[in-house]
Design a protein around this ligand. Sequence first.
Ligand SMILES: *[C@@H]1O[C@H](CO)[C@@H](O)[C@H](O)[C@H]1NC(C)=O
Ligand SMILES: *[C@@H]1O[C@H](CO)[C@@H](O)[C@H](O)[C@H]1NC(C)=O
Ligand SMILES: *[C@@H]1O[C@H](CO)[C@@H](O)[C@H](O)[C@H]1NC(C)=O
Ligand SMILES: *[C@@H]1O[C@H](CO)[C@@H](O)[C@H](O)[C@H]1NC(C)=O
Ligand SMILES: CC(=O)N[C@H]1CO[C@H](CO)[C@@H](O)[C@@H]1O
Length: 861
Amino acid sequence: ILQLIAILLFNNTAADSRQEACSLIPEAWRFDCYPERGVVVTKELCEARNCCFIPASSPASSATRPSRRNGIPWCFYPSDFPSYSLVSLNDTSLGQKGTLVRNVKTYYPADILTLEVEIRYETNTRLRITDPMNSRFEVPISVPTATKKAESPDYIVEHSKEPFGLRVKRRTTGRVLLNTTVAPLFYADQFIQFSTSLTSQFIYGLGEHRSTFLHDVHWNTLTMWARDVPPMEQTNLYGVHPFYLAMEEGGNAHGFFLLNSNAMDVALQPAPAVTWRTIGGILDFYIFLGPDPGSVIEQYAEVIGYPAMPIYWALGYHLCRWGYNTSDSTWEVVKSMRNYGMPQDVQWNDIDYMDRFMDFTFDSTKFATLPDLVKDLHAHDQRYVMILDPGISSTQPEGSYWPYDEGLKRGVFIKDNDGKTLIGKVWPGLTAYPDFSDDVTHEWWYDNLQRFHQKVPFDGLWIDMNEPSNFLDGSTNGCPSNSLENPPYTPGGLQISISVSFSLNLLRVDRIVLFSSSALKRIVAKRPFVISRSTFPSQGMYSGHWLGDNRSQWKDLYTSIAGMLTFNLLGIPLVGADICGFGEEPQEEMCVRWTQLGAFYPFTRNHNAIGTKPQDPTAFSPLARTAMKQALLLRYSLFPVLYTLFHHAHVHGHTVARPLMFEFPADVRTYGIDKQFLWGRSLLVTPVLDPGVDYVDGYFPEGLWYDYYMGDSVRSKGEELRLHAPLDKINLHLREGSVIPTQAPNMTLWVSSSQPLHLVSALSDDGSASGDLFWDDGESIDTYETNQYAYIIFSVVQVLTLNYNAEATYITVETASFYGVKEKPSRVLVNSQDAQFTYRTNQVRSEVMGEGTHTQEIACC
Ligand SMILES: *[C@@H]1O[C@H](CO)[C@@H](O)[C@H](O)[C@H]1NC(C)=O
Ligand SMILES: *[C@@H]1O[C@H](CO)[C@@H](O)[C@H](O)[C@H]1NC(C)=O
Ligand SMILES: *[C@@H]1O[C@H](CO)[C@@H](O)[C@H](O)[C@H]1NC(C)=O
Ligand SMILES: *[C@@H]1O[C@H](CO)[C@@H](O)[C@H](O)[C@H]1NC(C)=O
Ligand SMILES: CC(=O)N[C@H]1CO[C@H](CO)[C@@H](O)[C@@H]1O
């Protein structure tokens, strides 16, 4: 008996001290040991995992997360939870290679007990940590390979052996960018998990989600698994981008990229810390050292691939809707746009053009005049884009539908476990899905596009439903029952049909987009234009993106800015939301405000759902129409600026639509801003996002800012200013020290882009400014790579000087304006000759034409 009591006492003491150790872990640092959803985690369940159980004092608030209070997990890892240990570590030519061993199995099936880890010092600003030994699935995108260890890396890598953990520090500041010791590492066949502390609560990226630009770290789990669903909060959407940008103290920034395409959860918690939890693939990640936010994105682009240089008309105004119903009614809208002098470069069709929603067909009665419409568009220097979905109708009589018959013959369709063509369901009814991982499919896709192009000479492609979407749960045969279909852990707030989408989604690299882009390139022999709904890292090399099926609501107008900025971080700068909203009907005022903001989306398209009233600019009152026209003309006049920004995205990985924090990383007040943004470094856009107001509040970082229209200046100490914003105005400001090239706008970019330049210089206090222009024929492939482009650098130091390469001599400058000129100058000289000029307070405007075909120097002020 005595012995027994002693044992009981001893046990109690152990339990007590365990409990005490658990309670010492601060709430913000509790890493969830029971992330499975829909489970009420009891003490028994939790302790079966050897985890700490501390229920919150007040009852659980949410029915869907029954074991948390305000998100704080009740069941969390103790600090001595078993993990891997490092048993050897050797130097390699690129860094180090180590072996990790786990002695205690976890509660997930198929633990991988021995792992290798390779630490590659790839460049001074890029560290890669990967698993070199595995024979598991790896994402098939090509990434740069380093051949020798970086000589003076900006980072220091440290490790702990038992339990194994890695720490990465910034050399200059000692700041810990990564510390994986904060929670145990799991590496089972279908459950891989690791955590790290974060440098701050300022974390961005992790697309695609409907959220603010700055993520909330208060127990916020973001799921990634491409999925066809109208954007809602707290759920996985069309795109998968396991990348974040994080801020450090003092304005430094770094990036983290997990190269993994399986379904995953990314759980943020206020420590601040993050947990990555994926159900397949390998651990393979990068850290980018920046040190400023823009450099982080450049370093990320170097790995995933630089964005494509868009064909010029991609940057014009696009008009689309679902429910035009006939080619003639589509044509009517195009004509109406022309009648009102409304800029439009591209007309689109949604699925209505198809014969019973089948790819590579058009309805021969309702869309009989489609080929003529496309000819007419071309005759007006306009372009045509139509939708295509990956699903191919599988129910047509043999011999009547070439895409399916030929696809079967060539074996391009995905097969089920029994080797039969897997049949799902999309718009045309039952469908087969092409296997886009296969090169045979590539050629078949090209043949289909080529055959259709002979009937309807389209100019670009809109790829929809490529998550891929499937209206069935699984296939016509349901879902097979195996471990892939029933993983031990299922990421996601909503039930995900892992089933068939697993095999379709496994590759998760949108090869349909790659195939469409390369086929288009062969067919039209110009830069391909492809817009895709589903996205993955590296896709910016081939396509742009629209933000999906949003609604005509003020809130969606606002969240579109976050979506646009996030995709600029993710290497897909050609992005925009459906202007005026896709679902529901917009109020006129909102549609005007949305068109004004949309004029500053890198990709600007108005699109509307079926069964709703028309929302193209000509459908509104003269007042609204005029305001929309003004906004679009403004965009067209700024085309040289936008085109040059895309050049820098293509060549350097710069963002186009840019968060303020990128230009002012030392100013913490810019970190959360997602109601304003910049084009490049110097054009500040402050849209109205609320109904019934004629003003807008905007934050102006410290410095001198000029009203774009009038040249009036404001000097900000870093403060919020109230701006006048009547319905026909979007506020636009030029940052001091910038020169931007503009052109007289017209109804198509083809016409306006042949106009001479008007230069606007916004002088800084010391009278200096600079800017540049990239220019080429707008459509040939690889003009930069083959030196077929003009490039001009504008710089003002008392004199505005133009430095240009030989290809630029045909470009003419018509006028030049200078903002910030305090006194009226007595003369303005162009290439040493007196020129005409006007002066208004703060602004000199000078005629330049007539001084020869091109200009080298304008001496003003
Ligand atoms: C490191 O070197 C030791 C001794 O040569 C060897 O046993 C071990 O397997 C090596 N480890 C790795 C990860 O290559
Ligand atoms: C890393 O995390 C562990 C566990 O929380 C902590 O003990 C350690 O101090 C951290 N290391 C650094 C360098 O921050
Ligand atoms: C197109 O058809 C839909 C559904 O049949 C209808 O609701 C809509 O009004 C039609 N649109 C036009 C422009 O005729
Ligand atoms: C387009 O250019 C033509 C010819 O120069 C001009 O008459 C017309 O007014 C311009 N259109 C717009 C919308 O500025
Ligand atoms: C329903 C909804 O809001 N959808 C999208 C609309 O556009 C914004 C930004 O574009 C997206 O973030 C939303 O997810």
